[in-house]
Write a new protein. Structure first.
Length: 238
């Protein structure tokens, strides 16, 4: 066998092997692509309402007073309103969605009104401030807190009577005690600050008011007081 024939045989054999390998490789199944990795969802932390807080508020107050007429015996009712502003302090404890708390607030007010009795005497009253001490129960929806509150209410009330001759008698400032109930919404702005909107009803019983003028002498009137407050405020929680 010549050298040329020997080399040609080797080349033919190599080609045949390559062809067979190529056919077998084509018959193999395609490799599966790796499974897609699901992205990890980021769960932001649930807002925490627990802690001690202080804040301030402004709003409006609406009140009605019922006076027993010292001469005719009838009851005269008149309304009064005005602005208010003050501060609050409290503490919350959160248990899952349930938020329990205690709060005290104080509001300077300018809630004023006037009326007349059966003989034309002018009656004036001014609620100078209100204060409450309450328990709170709320439901937390992450940053939103929906709550109700109830407890003790105190108010400072100044009343006067001006007779038909223009002489004024002051009954003096009275400190009234009663009860309060209300509800509100609070929204967490960030870790420490939150904003709120609240409605409160303050109920006070009757209290005797004594007036004396040279023209009508000494008279006594029983007067009740009920106050409604709408307040917008902001809190800082430590």
């Amino acid at each position: 066998m010549s050298l040329r024939a020997f080399v040609g045989g080797i080349a033919m054999a190599a080609g045949t092997v390559a062809c067979v390998c190529s056919v077998k490789a084509a018959d193999l199944p395609l490799a599966r692509a790796p499974a897609a990795v699901q992205p990890v969802a980021y769960a932001p932390p649930v807002y925490n309402w627990s802690g001690f807080y202080v804040g301030g508020h402004i709003g409006s107050g609406f009140a009605d007073s019922s006076w027993s007429d010292p001469f005719g015996g009838a009851t005269n009712t008149f309304n009064k309103d005005g602005f208010l502003g003050g501060a609050q302090v409290g503490v919350n404890a959160q248990f899952n969605w349930l938020v329990l708390g205690l709060e005290g607030d104080f509001s300077y007010t300018g809630i004023k009104g006037s009326g007349t009795d059966s003989i034309g005497d002018a009656i004036n009253t001014n609620t100078q401030w209100t204060s409450t001490a309450t328990g709170r129960v709320g439901a937390a929806f992450d940053r939103l807190l929906v709550y109700g509150k109830a407890g003790l209410a105190v108010a400072r009330d100044q009343s006067s009577l001006t007779d038909t001759f223009g002489v004024t008698s002051n009954a003096g400032a009275l400190t009234r005690t009663g009860w309060t109930a209300g509800a509100g919404l609070e929204y967490g702005l960030n870790e420490h600050w939150s904003a709120r909107l609240e409605y409160d009803y303050l109920g006070f019983g009757n209290q005797a008011l004594n007036f004396t003028t040279p023209n009508i002498g000494a008279v006594t009137s029983n007067a009740s007081l009920n106050v409604q407050e709408v307040k917008a405020g902001i809190n800082y929680r430590f």
